[in-house]
Design a binder for this molecule. Structure first.
Ligand code: AHR
Length: 305
């Protein structure tokens, strides 16, 4: 009798458990890995059955994963999109299957009716914050090299836009080299090496990197070129990963604009609400992050490592 009751309980629990398919960009950065871990931990603590798919930085892999979630009949789909365009057909398929979709982090260009909400930071403002710090520090006189994120990704497009908007007001500040390093450490190092060969390093004042991971690779390249990162070349970036806090604490980097990787709780909250019939969810749920510098870096590193 007890066994029968336990069996019934297990059955009703699995019948009640929400199944969520999550299509993640990949694991290109420390920030992305923390975000993936948070999604897994949070799903576990809420008893959500999570189907996790790593897109390896390719949209076609992400679209294939979403189609497979639809075929499996998941209760909800979460997408952290690699690029902005190209999502409409698969979102229409999810809509036809009556599966709600939540967008996390980067944006998509698609009709608002095709997804429930987007939970994200303001990437344009992150670019502005990085530029404001740099313009204050250098009194607006600075030759900058820029490591861009993945081409077509909101985090690259909008961070560049915000940064350029601010430095546009300073005639003596300009970006002398700019290239994508796809948000990875290895490419960050490679592209920075090429910048240092193409330009007279003495003429450069700062590196503006769209994420910490590329900045960490670039810091290595700057050191190998016999220069002191954080001094000879100021380093400004976005994310706030532990390795970068360590670099700031050691004087190798100057500031980072924090990007919150804890998107699991707000994402699953939305899923739970929408499955319970809530129709009042706003189209954008914003997260924010502050600017961190060398002064607090050692303490922050201890907290975050
Ligand atoms: O979309 C957010 C960006 O993607 C993060 O800044 C970067 O680290 C990641 O790869």
């Amino acid at each position: 009798k007890t066994l029968f009751a336990a069996g019934l309980m297990a059955l009703s629990h699995s019948a009640l458990a929400i199944t969520v398919g999550f299509s993640q960009v990949g694991s290109e950065s420390g920030w992305r890995s923390s975000f993936s871990q948070d999604m897994k931990d949070e799903a576990k603590s809420r008893g959500i059955d999570l189907k996790f798919a790593d897109g390896q930085q390719k949209q076609e892999n992400q679209i294939r994963a979403v189609r497979s979630f639809i075929a499996q009949g998941v209760d909800a789909i979460i997408i952290a999109p690699v690029v902005e365009t190209g999502w409409t057909p698969v979102l229409k398929e999810a809509k036809r299957a009556r599966i709600p979709v939540v967008i996390l982090d980067r944006n998509i260009k698609a009709a608002e009716g095709l997804y429930v909400t987007r939970i994200a930071s303001d990437f344009t403002e992150e670019g502005r914050k990085a530029a404001r710090w740099l313009m204050d520090k250098t009194k607006g006189q600075c030759n900058i090299v820029e490591l861009q994120g993945t081409v077509g990704a909101t985090a690259a497009i909008d961070r560049a836009k915000g940064f350029n908007e601010v430095i546009g007001a300073y005639p003596q500040a300009k970006i002398v080299r700019s290239q994508t390093a796809e948000f990875t450490r290895a490419k960050g190092k490679e592209v920075m090496e090429s910048f240092l060969k193409a330009e007279d390093p003495q003429s450069l004042c700062a590196l503006w990197s769209h994420n910490d991971e590329m900045a960490l690779g670039a810091i290595q390249a700057i050191k190998e070129a016999g220069l002191k990162p954080g001094k000879d070349l100021l380093v400004v970036s976005v994310d706030g990963v532990p390795d970068y806090f360590k670099a700031m604490a050691e004087g190798d980097a100057n500031i980072t604009v924090e990007l919150n990787p804890h998107l699991g709780a707000p994402a699953y909250q939305v899923v739970e609400k929408v499955l319970a019939g809530d129709k009042g969810i706003p189209k954008l749920i914003s997260t924010t992050g502050e600017v961190f510098g060398q002064d607090t870096a050692a303490t922050e590193y201890q907290k975050r490592k």
